[in-house]
Design a protein around this ligand. Structure first.
Ligand code: 13P
Ligand code: SF4
Length: 339
């Protein structure tokens, strides 16, 4: 049975209850939009307390989610680490399916919910466990390093996972001359520029980052002199070469916080700039907009419904949960280099 989303009135009580949050996001959410968000925000924050739930939100969530209902925000690695640690009864993953699956792998006794089951990922869809088994035959004895943007089945068929923030450290931790990185061709090519380890790779792409071009960067530099260009490592190599810095979503956010560039452009998903802008009022953000349609399936209405009905629960097939967990735990044991 589908439950129709509830539309509550923006009462003076709701306005008062959400006033501090309204002030926090004033720079990125127009006044006209707030009455549509505030009732769901108030309801979600009450439901979290009632159900002993924690909301983990990826850096690509829209600002009303990221700043107004999330308990923990971050990149894929940070969300996995915090999912492993939480003692809440319910984890609501505001991100895509592989992130919820990773949370379930690391904290299997908790109820892990995703507000929309269809929130997938083009990288995760680009490879299957059967492909990985064929790659093992093609590259005998070569360790398989798998981006977390994959299904639990694919993780289970791999040796270790990585994220965009620890990929170089994970590859070098293996102490071998060659590894196979799957499924993101561009992340693998980026890592190859940072290590002497030989990298073989699969040709999966992120549908959001593969669309950026060096011409986009040239246009930003021409129209906004002095702009600092930060790119995600899922971008094509020519885009990274034309940028000033490449790093995970958390690394980009930290760069802005720590270096306070006068003008910056984040070559990544749209919502990142809004979220980072809230905490950096003196930085001017140039905002290219490539939306991740999967991340954008997560809305306040869907989160509220997930908490009210305790759906949609994410399960991992017990046959793959053990080896998939091992691959993720091996990654979490790799020390992160100081940035
Ligand atoms: P991060 O780990 O850098 O947050 O990347 C996740 C992702 O899906 C980027 O497209
Ligand atoms: Fe996947 Fe790209 Fe969306 Fe990240 S931005 S979830 S890699 S499709």
């Amino acid at each position: 049975m589908t439950i129709a989303p509830r539309i509550d009135a923006f009462t003076p009580e709701i306005a008062a209850e959400t006033a501090a949050l309204r002030a926090r996001v004033a720079r990125v959410i127009p006044d006209v939009e707030w009455p549509a968000f505030a009732p769901d925000i108030a309801a979600i924050n009450r439901l979290k307390r009632e159900k002993n739930a924690v909301i983990l939100a990826h850096n690509y969530m829209t600002p009303e989610i990221f700043h107004c209902v999330a308990d923990v925000v971050g990149d894929s690695l940070q969300l996995a680490q915090r999912a492993a640690e939480t003692d809440a009864d319910v984890i609501v993953m505001c991100g895509v399916h592989f992130m919820a699956e990773t949370a379930k792998l690391l904290n299997p006794t908790k109820k892990v919910l995703i507000p929309d089951m269809a929130a997938g990922c083009s990288l995760a869809d680009s490879i299957t466990a059967a492909d990985v088994n064929l790659l093992r035959q093609k590259y005998p004895g070569v360790p398989i390093v798998t981006y977390v943007n994959t299904s639990a089945d694919v993780k289970a068929a791999s040796d270790i996972t990585c994220t965009s923030s620890n990929a170089v450290a994970v590859v070098e931790s293996l102490g071998v001359p060659k590894v196979l990185m799957i499924p993101d061709e561009f992340l693998a090519q980026y890592v190859a520029t940072k290590t002497k380890v030989e990298i073989a790779y699969w040709k999966g792409h992120c549908e959001v980052h593969e669309r950026f071009t060096p011409d986009d960067i040239a246009r930003f530099r021409e129209s906004h002199p002095g702009v600092v260009v930060l790119a995600h490592p899922e971008c094509p190599p020519e885009v990274i070469a034309a940028s000033d810095f490449a790093g995970s979503t958390a690394a980009m956010s930290n760069y802005v916080r720590d270096r306070q560039p006068g003008r910056v452009v984040l070559i990544t998903e749209c919502s990142m700039s809004d979220n980072v802008a809230v905490e950096n009022p003196d930085v001017e953000f140039i905002r290219p907009c490539n939306l991740c349609p999967h991340m954008k399936r997560i809305t306040l209405g869907a989160i509220r419904q997930a908490l009210e009905t305790l759906t949609h629960e994410v399960h991992v097939d017990p046959a793959v949960a053990g080896p998939a967990r091992l691959a993720v735990e091996r990654m979490l044991a790799v020390p992160m280099p100081k940035s």
